[in-house]
Structures are given as C-alpha cells and as structure tokens.
Design a protein. Structure first.
Length: 427
C-alpha cells in the first residue's frame, strides 16, 4: 500500500536553475528608473513556482487537500473489512473485477478534472479510487493464504511491499511527465491509467483461489463459529485497537507533508522530486524485512519499538535543514513506519483466544475499522495545525509524535496480557 501523494510539490530541473536565495528587494534594482519590487529567489517566490503543478487544487489549504489521500486510505481499510468477508464466501473474482473496473474508471475520470474543481478530484481519487482499492486489497493479500502456510508472512510481506515500489515508480514517472507540454495533467494521468489497465488485467488473469471458499486465515468453511463474547470481553485487545487508532493518526504525516517541509527549509529544489521516492524506498524494505524478524521475535515485539521510534523521528525532523538530513530521515522513517504498518495484522492475530484461530479474521477486520477512521482524520488535523502559509511545523510534528508514542505505549501495556496467556515472551 503506497501512500497517496495528497500534497506533493513537483519540480523539474528546467523550472529551477538555482538554489533558494534570500535577497532584499532594494538589491534587485539599479539606477534611478523605478523597477517592479520583485522577490526573486525568496521562499515566497519559489513556492509560487513550485505550486504551478498543483494548479488543479492549488487554491485549497494543505489540510483540505490532505482529505483526498486520507479518504482514499481510510476507504481502503474500511471497505476492506466487507470485501474480506465476501472473499471468505468465495467471491474473489467478482471483487477483483469490480474493484479493478472502479479503479480504472476513477483514474480516467481524474484526468477529466477541471482546474480549481476540488470536488472532482475528491470524488475520483478520494472516493472512487479508495473504494476500488478496498475491494481488491484484502482479497489480493488473502489469496496468499491459499498457497502458503510456513512462509505466509513472507509472501504477504512481498505483496505489501509492492505498494511502496509503486509509490517509487509512479512518483518518478509523474514528476517527469507532468511538466512536458505535450502531456500536462490530463494525459499524464491517462498515461498512468493505461499502465494500471495492463497491470490489473494481468493480475485478474493470473490470480486464482485454490479453493472455492476459504477464509483469509485459510480455515475451512465449516470451522466453529466465532465466540463474540470472548472478543467483547478481551480488554487488552480493545486497548490495542485504541493504540492502533492513535498510531494511525500520526504515522502517515511525513508521507503527506515531507516534500512541503523540504521546500520550507530551503532544501535544494532539484532534490524535491526525489523526496517521496526515497521515503517509499525505505518503506518498501521496511515492509518486507520485519516479516522475517517477526517470525523470530514475535510481531508485537517488533511492532512496539517501531511505533516508539516513528514518533521520536517525527520530533527529530524539526532539526533537519539539509538535503542529507531529509534523505536520512526519509529512508529511516520509511523503513520504521513501513515495519509498523506491515506488522499490525499479525500483531492483532496474536490476541486470538480461540484454539482454532477462527476469530483472527474478525479481529483483524475490527482493527482495520479503527485504523481506517484514524487515517480519515489524522492528516487533515495535521494540515490544520500546520497553519499555512505560516507553516508552524512544530505543531503537526508534535501531534504526530505524541499520538504515535501514546499509541505504542498502550500496545506495550496490552502486550503483557498476551505474554501471560501464552506463557512466553515471544509474542
């Protein structure tokens, strides 16, 4: 799952020829003839240039724009709860076909969006693409449970990390295509949509469930019914859901705002187009490697420190002022946050109290709802705290730090119950 580029600033080498310079207006005029009072080279001037590629929604605030990506992410989790249930009943191909068609329809409709018509972008990319992604995401992951048992976590980790790989490729691709006059915004989006068409067509042709009806946890359809009373009475499980809710409020803030942060810190403009690809590169590795560590030390034991470190890194970002600093932060935060996101499902599964593990799917689904609603509001809250155009970065970064650390602390507290249940520290 790649983070959507809800508020990115795209640049090209041809549009920016030099680094930020802070010059006084009176230094720009010579002689006695009156000259226009330009602010060439200042942060305000470069922000005007950099905003050109976002003219379609450039009149909106960062908080408003972030609703697009937040709704897309939230729907991927929330709709995934229902698509997962339908997948359990054997509706894999109908889900894949309908979700793929909705993704393609939304992508092509996005290319028809008019400048400054925010609702058109919101409906196509936020709602349409989000619902389509929710229809295909969980079934695509669940299909691995049909073919893998011993290496299931690794198989799912590879599939999840591919989302970050897509974030790398599409970010670079769009940054190269958008500035070209023969493409522009409409044809750049259509170009990507045609790539999606090919990829989704191949996916629908090669993916096939091994059994007609099999649950996400690879349990037989006639397994014993889930004991809802056990889930309702499982206090540590609900504490963990609150912890995941808080963590999800903050974990995507750097994905949405790191590029803008780099602009306001006078980072070399030529580097800006690489911020999101570098962040996704770290996330791609982070979503895969912890799957091996979780098999050794336990998913909760890996998830919890990743949550604490992610929160601390957001606070540390306040001291970053250079290309090297942004690069290191993007790689490290991408890796740690990617690990946090990839380990949420196996960590929730650790709370299962059923000998047959038949309550795992329902527990993960409930946790997805908590995370989905958190993703819906976290980034818009951060954008509102940012207070553009003043850009008070300590506000959203402190918010992200506090919710991540608090959420991780709650999960750490709930971990004790799992240790007592299983009689071992490896959980």
């Amino acid at each position: 799952m790649a983070a959507p580029a809800a508020f990115q600033v795209e640049t090209t080498e041809s549009s920016i020829k030099k680094e930020f310079r802070h010059e006084k207006p009176d230094q720009l005029s010579t002689g006695h003839s009156p000259k226009p009072d330009f602010v060439e080279g200042t942060l305000r001037g470069w922000l005007a240039v950099l905003g050109g590629h976002r003219i379609y929604i450039s009149q909106e605030s960062p908080s408003t724009i972030s609703w697009i990506g937040s709704i897309q992410l939230a729907l991927q989790f929330i709709v995934g709860v229902f698509s997962g249930k339908l997948f359990d009943k054997g509706y894999f191909h109908p889900l894949m076909v309908s979700g793929s068609l909705l993704i393609l329809f939304s992508s092509f409709m996005l290319s028809l969006a008019k400048p400054h018509q925010f609702y058109q972008v919101l409906l196509s990319q936020g709602f349409g693409f989000g619902i389509g992604s929710g229809l295909v995401f969980l079934p695509s992951l669940g299909i691995a449970s049909h073919y893998f048992r011993r290496r299931r976590a690794v198989a799912m980790g590879i599939m999840i990390s591919s989302g970050s790989f897509g974030g790398i490729v599409y970010s670079i691709l769009l940054n190269k295509i958008l500035p070209r006059p023969e493409f522009g915004f409409p044809w750049a989006v259509r170009f990507v949509s045609f790539i999606n068409l090919v990829l989704l067509l191949v996916a629908n042709l090669i993916m096939k469930p091994r059994c007609k009806s099999m649950s996400l946890s690879a349990l037989p359809p006639n397994a014993a019914p889930v004991d809802m009373n056990q889930i309702r009475a499982d206090r540590p499980y609900w504490i963990t859901n609150i912890g995941l809710f808080l963590g999800s409020l903050g974990v995507f803030i750097p994905y949405f705002y790191l590029q803008l942060f780099a602009v306001t810190r006078d980072v070399d403009p030529k580097f800006l187009t690489w911020v999101i690809p570098i962040l996704n590169a770290g996330a791609m590795v982070g979503r895969l490697m912890p799957c091996f560590l979780a098999d050794i030390y336990g998913p909760l034991n890996v998830l919890i420190p990743c949550g604490f470190i992610s929160g601390a890194l957001m606070w540390a970002l306040l001291g970053v002022k250079s290309v090297a600093g942004v690069t290191i932060f993007a790689l490290v935060y991408g890796f740690i946050s990617g690990a946090f996101l990839s380990l949420t499902s196996p960590s929730v599964a650790a709370f299962s109290t059923s000998p047959s593990m038949n309550d795992t799917g329902l527990r993960i689904g409930i946790s997805c709802l908590f995370m989905g609603f958190a993703l819906l509001g976290g980034n818009p809250i951060a954008g509102a705290l940012l207070s553009a155009p003043a850009y008070k970065w300590w506000r959203p970064l402190t918010f992200g730090c506090v919710v991540m650390i608090t959420g991780s602390g709650l999960i750490l507290y709930a971990r004790r119950a799992v240790v007592l249940r299983r009689g071992r520290q490896r959980v």
